[in-house]
Structure formats: structure tokens, C-alpha cells
Ligand binder design. Structure first.
Ligand SMILES: C[S@@+](CC[C@H](N)C(=O)[O-])C[C@H]1O[C@@H](n2cnc3c(N)ncnc32)[C@H](O)[C@@H]1O
Length: 273
């Protein structure tokens, strides 16, 4: 292979490996001082997304089935508990707890989702509240806080977790998208206006270590990971510590059980060192 070909190949490889690196290089040549790769975006110009019907799409039904079958398989003592479902959407997942004779309270920041929940499940107690800014204590206290699919749609996940701690007596059941890294890192991501997404267009992708650090420091002495993963492609991936939050066209997701007391459960691994 001749030298120009080699150079072209090398440059292509560099482009593939390091898009933000290339942007930084170009901007450095232009005299710009920081390694920034953020494009301008105006929230007003982002098209409206899907409404509450988004919770009934086939993909949502598929992942809901996988997540709740997995939760049932963990053998946690959930029957008859008082449960807060934070970021409940239209209340589909709360049915898992209703079917186990739990006393369930649902909270979501979008009035449209709560209105739809009330049509679908008129007996379910539900409230509109932003978990990042409005105290959850006004809804009482709970044995279990359930939060699947919410955390990565928050711009301030730490504020939300601090809000959850005082209302939670026993366990927080947490499912979230993550970014693949060993350090405690929080990636910030743009999101659409669809009703299952971030409220104001900014979400986050925490690394598992970020979650461990924050869950422990805000008040959960014990944090566990299930030994098994839900039977769904979003949960089945190898760790690479490369900051990915998507791989092979699907998001990377994890489940954690944060607890105020030590749990003796053969299906869980204590993940704090
Ligand atoms: C992906 S959906 C998850 C719904 C349901 N938990 C599930 O897993 O199917 C995320 C939900 O969180 C709600 N949400 C987003 N930001 C919120 C906030 N700051 N406070 C409360 N709910 C929020 C959205 O309106 C949406 O209904």
C-alpha cells in the first residue's frame, strides 16, 4: 500500500474512533479553546413527540413484560406493601403491585399521563408531581419506592433521589438506562418531547458507579444488583467502559435494589465494596 493510501486509511480510522476529537482538532485550528462537541439546539423548535399512547407501543409492552417477569423472579417481599410508583407513566407497571394486594400511590410530572391513568385505572391513587422539585413527603411514606424507566429522564437525578429517601422505609427498586464506565460519571443527553421522556428536553445516563455512590451517600446503606437480567436485549450486553449508553441500536439498562437494611436474598449481589 502506498503512503497516500495509508494516510487516507489512518485519517478515516481517526474519524471513526474520535468524532469529538476531530471536532476539537478543527476548533483548535480555528482558535477555540475548549474540547466542545455540543450543537446549538432550541427547545421551541423541537417537534412535539408522541402523547400517552407511547406507553402502549409494542416495544413498551415487550420491555414491560420482561422487566416485571424479572422483578417477580427476584422473590422480594413485596406483597401487601405500601408502594410509591415514581414516574408511573399511565400506570401500567403499578398493576404488578395492585395484583399483589399492595396499597399503591402513583406520581408522574405530566398531567396528560395521569389523566390517562385515571381513565384506565380509576381506582388507582395518582398525583401530578415533579420528583426533582416537589417534596414527595406530601403523599406520605412508603415501604417500597418503585422507579422503573424514570431516572435517566431527569436532569437532576441526585435531587430526585434525595427526595425519595425520606419517603422510603425499606427498598428502592430502580431501573434505568446507564452509561458504560467504571468511574462515577453522569452523561447528560438531549431528549425528545415525547410523553415518556424528559420534561424539559434534558436527561442523563449515569454509570453504575455513579448510582452506587449516590444511592449510598443519600441514605441507602445497602445496594444490590440482581444476579439475573431481564430477558430483553437492552439488559444483555458486555461491559466495555467506553461511555456508551447505546450499543447495536439499543440502550443499555440496569436494575438496582437499594435498601435501608441488609437483605438476605440469594438472587441479589451486594455491589458496594
Ligand atoms: C419512560 S417513562 C416510564 C414510565 C413507567 N415507569 C414505565 O417504566 O413504563 C418516564 C416517565 O417519567 C415521567 N417523568 C419525567 N420526568 C419526571 C419528573 N421530573 N418527575 C416525575 N415524573 C417524570 C414522564 O412523564 C414519564 O411518564
Amino acid at each position: 500500500m502506498n503512503v497516500p493510501n495509508l494516510l487516507v486509511k489512518g485519517f478515516r480510522y481517526f474519524l471513526r474512533c474520535s468524532r469529538s476529537g476531530v471536532i476539537f482538532l478543527i476548533r483548535s485550528v480555528l482558535g477555540l479553546p475548549y474540547p466542545i462537541s455540543v450543537k446549538r439546539r432550541e427547545m421551541k423548535k423541537i417537534p412535539p413527540g408522541d402523547g400517552p399512547e407511547t406507553f402502549d407501543q409494542p416495544e413498551a409492552i415487550e420491555i414491560n413484560h420482561a422487566r416485571m417477569t424479572h422483578l417477580a423472579s427476584l422473590g422480594l417481599p413485596l406483597a401487601g406493601k405500601r408502594v410509591l410508583d415514581v414516574g408511573c407513566g399511565v400506570g401500567h407497571l403499578a398493576q404488578f403491585f395492585v395484583n399483589r394486594s399492595c396499597e399503591v400511590v402513583c406520581v408522574d410530572a405530566r398531567p396528560e399521563n395521569i389523566a390517562r391513568l385515571r381513565q384506565l385505572y380509576p381506582d388507582l391513587e395518582a398525583h401530578v408531581a415533579n420528583v426533582e422539585t416537589e417534596p414527595l413527603l406530601r403523599f406520605g411514606t412508603f415501604d417500597i419506592v418503585f422507579s422503573y424507566g424514570l431516572l435517566y429522564h431527569l436532569e437532576s437525578p441526585l435531587a430526585a433521589l434525595r427526595n425519595i429517601v425520606p419517603v422510603c422505609h425499606e427498598m428502592l427498586l430502580l431501573e434505568t438506562m446507564v452509561c458504560d464506565h467504571t468511574l462515577p460519571i453522569l452523561r447528560i443527553e438531549d431528549e425528545t418531547k415525547t410523553f415518556s421522556q424528559a420534561l424539559r428536553g434534558i436527561g442523563c445516563r449515569p454509570s453504575p458507579s455513579y448510582l452506587m455512590l449516590v444511592l449510598n451517600r443519600v441514605g441507602f446503606e445497602f445496594v444490590y444488583a440482581p444476579k439475573t437480567r431481564p430477558e430483553h436485549r437492552d439488559f444483555k450486553f458486555q461491559w466495555r467502559s467506553n461511555l456508551d449508553s447505546w450499543r447495536n441500536n439499543h440502550p443499555l439498562r440496569c436494575i438496582f435494589i437499594a435498601s435501608k437494611t441488609k437483605l438476605q436474598n440469594p438472587n441479589l449481589v451486594d455491589v458496594l465494596l
